[in-house]
Design a protein around this ligand. Structure first.
Ligand SMILES: CC(C)(COP(=O)(O)OP(=O)(O)OC[C@H]1O[C@@H](n2cnc3c(N)ncnc32)[C@H](O)[C@@H]1OP(=O)(O)O)[C@@H](O)C(=O)NCCC(=O)NCCS
Length: 183
């Protein structure tokens, strides 16, 4: 069983804890934050269950999303969360996702987190390929992935039904060799 803990210059990526509940609920109950995600806004009770469910999950299980907290080291406050899923059929492939609280966006935190995660997946875990799916209207996420060097590899048209309508998604990916040759 592996307890993930990735430290970046300003942030600590670690398992979600019940002490995160208030901070977690503040942004997970904001419709703007969850607009492009598979989750709906959380009530406080749902947020609590979500954190509790995640305490039983650990890195390494094929096909299982594990959600991690992003803690701002200086204040120990939760400023967002991120998730990693190893592919159901091949654990050398990983899918990632990230959410930063509306109170802390546009400060370079998401980029710092993804670089920390990619370093862990590619360099420590020797993962072959990392990918992310984003709503085509989610400009912030698209720019985030592009800014790190993810390569656009797919455009799915009306492939997902959520919030009462069909949505379209981009798929971005990076291979270990692309990470290694990144400037
Ligand atoms: C997408 C998200 C994680 C970005 O977090 P963030 O901490 O604000 O991003 P950063 O400050 O690290 O910015 C990373 C890059 O994306 C760009 N970016 C971030 N927010 C942007 C926005 N609203 N519009 C356009 N570009 C944006 C930045 O300019 C930066 O690019 P640069 O390095 O070339 O300047 C955040 O907006 C979020 O949590 N959104 C809601 C949740 C979501 O939709 N998650 C994606 C589903 S997987």
């Amino acid at each position: 069983m592996e307890f993930l803990n990735i430290v970046t210059p300003r942030l600590n990526i670690r398992h979600l804890k019940l002490k995160d509940l208030t901070d977690f609920h503040i942004y997970r109950s904001n419709p703007e934050v969850v607009k492009y995600q598979g989750f709906d806004v959380f009530t406080l009770e749902q947020a609590k269950h979500f954190i509790q469910d995640n305490t039983a999950k650990h890195f390494g299980n094929a096909g299982e999303w594990v959600q991690y907290g992003i803690e701002y080291i200086e204040t120990s406050q939760l400023i967002g969360d991120c998730a990693i899923k190893l592919d159901q059929n091949d654990t050398r492939i990983a899918e990632i996702g990230i959410t930063i609280s509306h109170l802390n966006q546009k400060k370079g935190y998401a980029k710092e987190v993804l670089i920390g995660i990619l370093r862990f997946l590619f360099e420590t875990k020797k993962i072959h390929r990392v990918f992310a799916r984003v709503d085509t209207e989610n400009t912030a996420s698209v720019n985030l992935l592009k800014s790190i060097g993810f390569r656009l590899e797919g455009h799915f048209i009306e492939n997902i039904f959520f919030n009462g309508k069909w949505g379209s998604e981009f798929q971005y990916a990076m291979l270990r060799r692309e990470w290694n040759s990144r400037a």
